[in-house]
Design a protein around this ligand. Structure first.
Ligand code: ATP
Length: 297
């Protein structure tokens, strides 16, 4: 979404969850080949872009623990674009961070993706989505998906995307326990070649294409749970908590530790939200839906 106020553009950067996540193998170059069903949810950061006459990149964030220096993916994306398109002016980007960090919801990647859309618009660069994705993958494997958004099958290292029809509407309860999980740690401890259980990604794809919410929920599976839940059993506790209170299913997103539960009824999702808060199992809790759908709120 883009709001234009002359030299300022405001853009939402949506978080994602993985409805299914499979790791096929570890490649010789160290990257993992994956097959994932991705979905954007109604939880987002807000980025404000302002064009400046003098050159240079300024990134300001509202979180002390997240500096706006060269390590920030927002800075990296802006630098890449300015160099590639020889942009003469400078840019100031302010970040309002709402997506929990190190959570498995691609908070950093989606901010980088928003920079591609935002700067494309602000400077009139005329980049196509494919061009943005080709540049975006240099920042991170999930960036091309975040540029595209919606429901998608993601393959390769994450850069081969197939757009799917919108996943069936539902309410989503998001809960992140008070732990930070490093994606690097999880992949390093995954024994991709000895995994015996794999999600039925094609089954889930068919369920989504057929608009069958129950079947979609049945196929929810994430091979990274084998690593993260072993280290942090509270993830399993939150999953069980949601399932015992009406969730069609519950799963860890990405490398974790965020858990999401799928609910058909809004009251059940909201009641479980209250109970989960009371139980003190999670630090950040939200009820939302798919990004851009009426259940988003
Ligand atoms: P993924 O689901 O892609 O594995 P994640 O949700 O686990 O991502 P992020 O929140 O995207 O993790 O970021 C992990 C680390 O990246 C942070 O701890 C932070 O140091 C760094 N980082 C750099 N730029 C950003 C940004 N704009 N937003 C969040 N994290 C950033």
């Amino acid at each position: 979404m883009v709001e234009d106020k002359g030299n300022t553009i405001i853009r939402k950067a949506y978080a994602k969850i993985n409805l299914a996540l499979d790791v096929i193998r570890r490649r010789e170059d160290g990257y993992h080949e994956v097959r994932m069903i991705m979905q954007t949810i109604g939880l987002y950061d807000v980025l404000t872009f302002t064009m400046c006459k003098s050159s240079g990149i300024t990134v300001l964030t509202d979180k002390e623990e997240l500096p706006g220096d060269e390590s920030n993916l927002i800075y990296k994306a802006a630098k890449l674009i300015i160099e590639k398109y020889a942009v003469q002016q400078g840019v100031r980007i302010e970040l309002q961070k709402n997506i929990p960090m190190a959570a498995g919801m691609a908070g950093g990647s989606t901010d980088a993706a928003a920079v591609f859309h935002g700067m494309n618009e602000l400077f009139g660069l005329g980049m196509s989505e494919d061009e943005m994705c080709a540049l975006g993958v240099k920042i991170g494997a999930d960036v091309p998906y975040c540029i595209q958004g919606g429901t998608a099958l993601s393959e390769g290292i994450g850069e081969i995307l197939t757009r799917l029809s919108d996943a069936p509407a539902c309410y989503v309860l998001i809960a992140k326990p008070d732990i930070d999980v490093s994606t690097k740690y999880v992949y390093e401890n995954l024994h991709a070649d000895s995994l015996t259980d794999h999600p039925n990604v094609d089954g889930m794809k068919a369920a989504i294409e057929g608009g069958d919410l129950h079947r979609m929920a049945e196929y929810m599976e994430n091979v990274l749970e084998t690593v993260t839940i072993k280290a942090y059993p509270v993830i399993e506790e939150i999953k069980d908590f949601m399932k015992s209170r009406g969730a069609l299913n519950a799963l860890m997103s990405g490398s974790g530790p965020t858990v999401f539960g799928i609910f058909e009824k809004e009251e059940e999702a909201r009641k479980t939200y209250d109970e989960l808060k009371e139980a003190g199992l999670a630090k950040n809790i939200f009820v939302t839906g798919w990004a851009g759908m009426p259940t988003e709120k």
